[in-house]
Design a protein around this ligand. Structure first.
Ligand SMILES: Nc1nc2c(c(=O)[nH]1)N[C@H]1C(S)=C(S)[C@@H](COP(=O)(O)O)O[C@H]1N2
Ligand SMILES: [Mo]
Length: 163
């Protein structure tokens, strides 16, 4: 965790799993037209951010970056790491969690291990798999191509992914 926080912090998966956890059974909605229901277990992003001290009042967005690359860039550039940005208010919602468990089993690599974001009032493309970092930023227009995430930068999807 980094960015506009008073105490930038790295946590191992074991340290993260020692924090209070919660489970939620929710429907995933992909803009391509499919849905799926699963039980997700993990730590609230709000609890995680608390480990990084105080959030600067200027920090209004949270960027999640992946170890995984985008499948392709819309303009033919070499592929970059997949990322998304959430407004701070959405990142702090009680069902916005970084998960390590799915359906009462350890999260598998295909579904995003070691860590996968769930923000339940958003569409599938916001749920970054293989999360590497969480960064508090001023505004999404300062990162990537400035549209709020890998899929938004492509022009196909919107920064406000509320279902
Ligand atoms: N790192 C990364 N995360 C990602 C994506 C991706 O391409 N790369 N695709 C997103 C989209 S569009 C969807 S619908 C879901 C699919 O999640 P699933 O593979 O667990 O079904 O992952 C999201 N997270
Ligand atoms: Mo999707």
């Amino acid at each position: 965790m980094d960015g506009l926080v008073s105490r930038p912090t790295s946590l191992s998966l074991a340290e993260l799993q020692a924090l209070p956890s919660q489970s939620q059974i929710t429907m995933h909605t992909c803009m391509q037209g499919w849905t799926g229901i699963a039980k997700w277990t993990g730590v609230r992003v709000s609890d995680l951010l608390a480990q990084a001290g105080q959030i600067d009042p200027e920090g209004q967005w949270v960027m999640f970056e992946s170890f995984g690359k985008a499948q392709h860039m819309h303009d033919g550039r070499p592929v970059e790491p997949y990322y998304t940005c959430l407004p701070l208010s959405l990142a702090l919602e009680e069902d916005t969690i970084l998960t390590w468990g799915r359906n009462d089993a350890p999260l598998s690599p295909m579904f995003g291990a070691p860590l996968r974001l769930r923000c339940e009032s958003g569409h599938g493309y916001k749920m970054v798999k293989w999360v590497r970092s969480v960064t508090v930023i001023r505004d999404y227009c300062e990162v990537g191509d400035g549209m709020g995430g890998t899929r938004e930068d492509s022009g196909y999807q919107d920064v406000d992914a509320r279902i």
